[in-house]
Design a protein around this ligand. Structure first.
Ligand code: MG
Length: 388
């Protein structure tokens, strides 16, 4: 029986953290009255807590689907777009028309310059919820609606080593290596002694077979990035992520052409158009779409581009309660180009209490949440702290 969307609601969820994302604040990094601080290493603002926007869609027959996007700063901007604009254009639609609905919502604002940012974050959350409902109605895990399940598990790499010193970060990586993880990524903005010393210490600690990548957080010029990557290469660099400003497409291509390390990019993109602009320049070899910024529809489009351009896809995963991570895992199980997936242990593990349905990441492998749809939903602990 045909079912259609009846209600759209948005919420903000704020979760305190003992240690801010990427580790304790450095000298000169102080949270302001709203809890925001700027990482000196990349000049980017972060909150001292976790905060996301959730969307709840309900059908006329009572099926509930959840979506999630970023609420790192100004979450109510995203919520206003959902509540004031998108909701009325989603109500009455068939959840099985998720891709068509996505494109229709995208078209609403494209001529006004809203081809990125908060507008597409809002759209991503709705898109995830529509796909969740469609898969629940079909009675199948979401990956089965995305072209089929290619893999039972997804290799995970451990991302972020939020400790205050280089030896402590290496020790943390070694603890996870003992649990079966053998792929790691460190963050250049908090590599206090420089990226070369950081990878040297990690290599000494983790041994020759460990994969070690560096997230350069968009902070370098093309020439500066090339120099740093060449310094790290003798220590065995798996990939170099986000070496230059996101706006510097030619610089990204220049770096990719001048080093032997694969260049990775994509967490900040919103659409397949963003991916295509880089792929046309052969500016990256590894695509890192973030489900929370793109939604299922755009994520799978980027996956298709990765496949036809013979690139790897290693999706990004960061701050959230796990709704968009579950969607990312389902899409990753269905996408041919996926070879690994980021695992933000310092977020997924403590925030697991806010999720019903398990996201398991053990022995270096993710497994999909079982059940129909996404297989996850906010727990009672999460519902208790949602704010409208
Ligand atoms: Mg990154």
């Amino acid at each position: 029986m045909r079912d259609t969307i009846a209600t759209v609601e948005s919420f903000v969820i704020t979760i305190p953290r003992d240690t801010p994302y990427l580790g304790a604040l450095r000298p000169g990094e102080e949270a302001n009255a709203r809890g925001y601080f700027v990482r000196k290493g990349n000049r980017t603002v972060y909150p001292a807590f976790d905060r996301n926007v959730l969307v709840r869609l309900r059908t006329r027959h009572g099926v509930i689907g959840w979506g999630e996007t970023y609420g790192i700063v100004a979450p109510r901007a995203t919520m206003a777009i959902i509540d004031d604009l998108l909701a009325d254009f989603v109500i009455g639609t068939d959840p099985f028309d998720a891709t068509a609905t996505h494109d229709r919502l995208y078209d609403l604002m494209r001529v006004r310059g809203y081809t990125g940012g908060y507008y597409l974050d809002a759209l991503a959350a709705i898109d995830i919820a529509l796909w969740d409902i469609a898969a629940q109605i079909a009675g199948r895990p979401l990956c089965k609606l995305l072209g089929g399940q290619r893999r039972e598990t997804i290799p995970a790499y451990l991302s972020g080593l939020p400790k205050p010193s280089r030896p402590a970060r290496a020790m943390m990586a070694a603890e996870w290596q003992a649990k079966g993880f053998n792929a790691f990524k460190f963050a250049a903005p908090v590599a206090d002694d420089g990226v070369e010393r950081e990878i040297e210490t990690l290599r000494e600690t983790l041994g020759p077979k460990a994969r070690i990548a560096c997230d350069m957080h968009w902070a370098q010029s093309a020439a500066g990035a090339r120099m740093l990557i060449q310094q790290m290469e003798p220590h065995g660099l798996w990939f170099a992520e986000a070496p230059v400003n996101p706006e510097d497409l030619d610089g990204l291509a220049e770096v990719a052409a001048s080093v032997s390390t694969p260049i990775a990019a994509g967490e900040e993109w919103r659409t397949a158009f963003d991916a295509q602009a880089r792929l046309a320049r052969r500016a990256c070899a590894i695509l890192q779409p973030e489900m929370g910024h793109k939604g299922v529809t755009e994520f799978m489009r980027i996956a298709g581009l990765a496949q036809v351009h013979h690139c790897e896809m290693i999706p990004h995963a960061t701050i959230g309660i796990g709704i968009f991570l579950a969607a990312s895992l389902h899409a990753s199980a269905a996408a041919a180009a996926v070879t690994a997936h980021e695992f933000q242990h310092s977020i997924v593990v403590p925030n697991a209490r806010y999720l019903d349905g398990a996201i398991a990441c053990e022995g270096g492998e993710y497994s999909l949440p079982p059940g129909a749809g996404l297989g996850v939903r906010p727990s009672a602990a999460a519902l208790a702290i949602l704010e409208q």
